[in-house]
Design a protein around this ligand. Sequence first.
Ligand SMILES: NC(=O)c1ccc[n+]([C@@H]2O[C@H](COP(=O)([O-])OP(=O)(O)OC[C@H]3O[C@@H](n4cnc5c(N)ncnc54)[C@H](O)[C@@H]3O)[C@@H](O)[C@H]2O)c1
Length: 304
Amino acid sequence: MTGKLSGKVVIVTGAGGGVGEGIARLAAAHGASVVVNDLGGSPTGEGSDQRTAQRVADDIVAGGGKAVPSFRSVAEWDSAHGIVQDALDAFGRVDVVVNNAGILRDVIFHKMTQEDYELVRAVNLDGVFYMSRAAAPHFKEQESGCFVHMSSTSGLIGNMGQANYSAAKLGVAGLSKSIAIDMKRFNVRSNCIAPFAFTRMVGTIPANTPENQKRLEVARRMTPEKIAPLAVGLMFDEAADVSGQIFGARMNELILFSQNRPIRTTQTSDGWTPQAVVDTAIPAFRPSFTENHISSQVFTWDPF
Ligand SMILES: NC(=O)c1ccc[n+]([C@@H]2O[C@H](COP(=O)([O-])OP(=O)(O)OC[C@H]3O[C@@H](n4cnc5c(N)ncnc54)[C@H](O)[C@@H]3O)[C@@H](O)[C@H]2O)c1
């Protein structure tokens, strides 16, 4: 297949289903050679099944595209380096890494176990570091490269019962920004996408509150393929100067997110005492405090 990604090698992690599968298929349709990586675990991170990645890779090849499966986990240093090696072995180079693999273990904060926290962080944040770090020397050497990382409004805005996931996904935004700053000198770009799509992952969210029930009803109508055009557009050479940004995709709506900047400051010539903080600084800031919204209170209309 020829296209704007002809000659480029794209690794998509967690590409055996959902959002990642859509990105892998569209990248291949635009001429990329794709490494379809997926451990094939459950939505909460148990087990593994090679058929997950194999099916998508086989389908791409059957449709005339170039793809190989990769069954390793992103969640460890050595195995993430192995995924990059899979790309080098199959196609001789790597141009794009889409950090899409993710798991969820939703539970209200005071009941969240150490395991719930560590497993979610290991895949959703540590995995992004390991994959990006494994690709970085190759990107440096060839003086080009593109990272696309899946963040989430759970971290960027807030959500109930997702402290582990929110921390990891906001961490991804910080990691992406740092990569964008550090690797600009090698023409490497790094951007985030906060996707909205109904996948098996979203299906695990317990419908135990009216907010969650409403969220699930809307989510069921959102197809994961709708995320792929944004992710693939960011891989095109025309987007080579786009870096350090946080985008969103929700059906046919694309979003650019704000990033943190000071919105108010206050100062005294004598410095602060704790009492002066509560008497003066907090009242000065209060009109600009950020509401503790959850994502669905910010995205208040359905994109249909
Ligand atoms: N669907 C949404 O609305 C939504 C919202 C916000 C963020 N996201 C993010 O988008 C990404 C894709 O999620 P999805 O909704 O398609 O979910 P999904 O469960 O369908 O896909 C995630 C894939 O990652 C794979 N995976 C899990 N752990 C892995 C590991 N250690 N190594 C390799 N692969 C692994 C799984 O096997 C699975 O196929 C995730 O990072 C998710 O957090 C999704």
